[in-house]
Design a protein around this ligand. Structure first.
Ligand SMILES: *Cc1c(COP(=O)(O)O)cnc(C)c1O
Length: 360
């Protein structure tokens, strides 16, 4: 009996657009100073890390997480000052919430609109959910182009609009009045993505009561818990109740729920770290501004966008000197020449500045 020839792998079962796409690339940072992903460079203080270990050791990993972690949501709502009548939806990072939100709205020919350049996951999730993706180019100095935005809202009637506040990768806070005009004109949901809230000093949370179509998206990633994967969406209770229907049960794991529950009692630790990062942001920005051959853009986030003559070569030269930053130039025409660098510790920032001088 001869063995039958092996069947070919059924790769064609997978959607053409998925097969044509590239997986989200995360570069190996082993041995490098990691300034590419907007992480908080400071670890937990040792006593708090020990307390966390204790707490996590008590989690019943044989059990599923609670179906609705109501006590944790109530604690979070108190900590952030969630307005009355609003509710929270928890996600495995805000990336998951972006995906679920679009999925809930992705009827045939639905559009997802956002300023461009902005956070890549809006486009990735829109396309995976077969939505039309409508980027609206930013204007000079990366400001919102109010007229273009209002025209696109009227023309495309998007189901969802995403506005990162401050924007990634440009770092700026958009004009409030332009956003309010968009909130008034938008026919569907408008998500204000406040991933960089700890460094921004401004929020739309109190505005939830004024705009029924407003949702505020946040994450603990940039605050210092990127590894825990915890994001939350705030909005009118009835709206959140509908969105909850697309959330996979147990999407936030029990270890993360326990960690967040403990760390919400120690937010001052993270706020002090954010203070240090903001102070370093000012120092790094001043040093970059003073550097010949570099244009630095003001930032309300924990990263700085800078323009150089040859971003690919500069990025490679920095890497050769042990510094990992992100070359964002290929992302959008408006980002020609641009690199994005995360604000690190004072020592990391000094190493970056020194390597950049040598790399230009
Ligand atoms: C980093 C980032 C996120 C992703 O946050 P996670 O909670 O880690 O998934 C969301 N939005 C913007 C604008 C970001 O820059």
């Amino acid at each position: 009996m001869s063995a039958s020839p092996p069947r070919p792998l059924p790769l064609t079962a997978i959607r053409e657009d998925v097969r044509a796409a590239a997986a989200y690339a995360v570069p190996d940072a082993t041995g490098l100073i990691k300034l590419d992903a907007m992480e908080n460079p400071y670890p937990l203080p040792p006593e708090l890390a020990q307390q966390l270990g204790q707490r996590l050791s008590q989690v019943a990993l044989n059990r599923y997480p609670p179906g609705d972690p109501a006590p944790l949501k109530a604690k979070l709502a108190r900590r952030i000052g969630l307005p009355d009548g609003m509710q929270l939806m928890l996600g495995n990072g805000s990336d998951e919430l972006i995906h679920l939100l679009i999925q809930a709205c992705a009827r045939r020919d639905a559009a997802v609109l956002c300023p461009a350049p902005s956070f890549v996951m809006y486009e990735v999730s829109a396309r995976l959910n077969r939505c039309r993706f409508v980027p609206v180019a930013l204007g000079a100095d990366f400001a919102l182009d109010r007229e273009a935005l209002l025209a696109a809202l009227a023309r495309e009637r998007p189901a969802v609009v995403f506005i990162a506040y401050p924007n990634n990768p440009t770092g700026n806070l958009f004009d409030r009045a332009a956003i309010e005009a968009a909130l008034q004109a938008a026919p569907g949901l408008v998500v204000l993505d406040e991933a960089y809230l700890p460094f921004a000093g401004d929020t739309w949370l109190p505005d939830l009561a004024r705009y029924p179509n407003l949702l505020v998206l946040r994450t603990l990633s940039k605050l210092g818990l990127a590894g825990a994967r915890f994001g939350y969406l705030c909005g009118a209770a009835a709206l959140i109740a509908e969105l909850e229907k697309v959330r996979p049960p147990y999407n936030v794991n029990a270890l993360t729920l326990a960690a967040v529950d403990l760390l919400l009692d120690h937010l001052a630790v993270f706020e002090r770290q954010a203070d240090a990062i903001r102070a370093e942001r000012a120092r790094l920005f001043a040093a970059l501004q003073a550097m010949a051959g570099v244009t630095a853009y003001p930032s309300a986030a924990n990263f700085i966008l800078l323009r150089v003559a040859d971003p690919a070569a500069t990025c490679a030269a920095l890497r050769a000197r042990g510094i990992l930053v992100k070359n964002v130039a290929p992302m959008h025409a408006l980002l020609a020449g641009c690199l994005r660098v995360t604000v690190g510790t004072p020592e990391e920032n000094d190493a970056f500045l020194c390597a950049l001088r040598a790399s230009l």
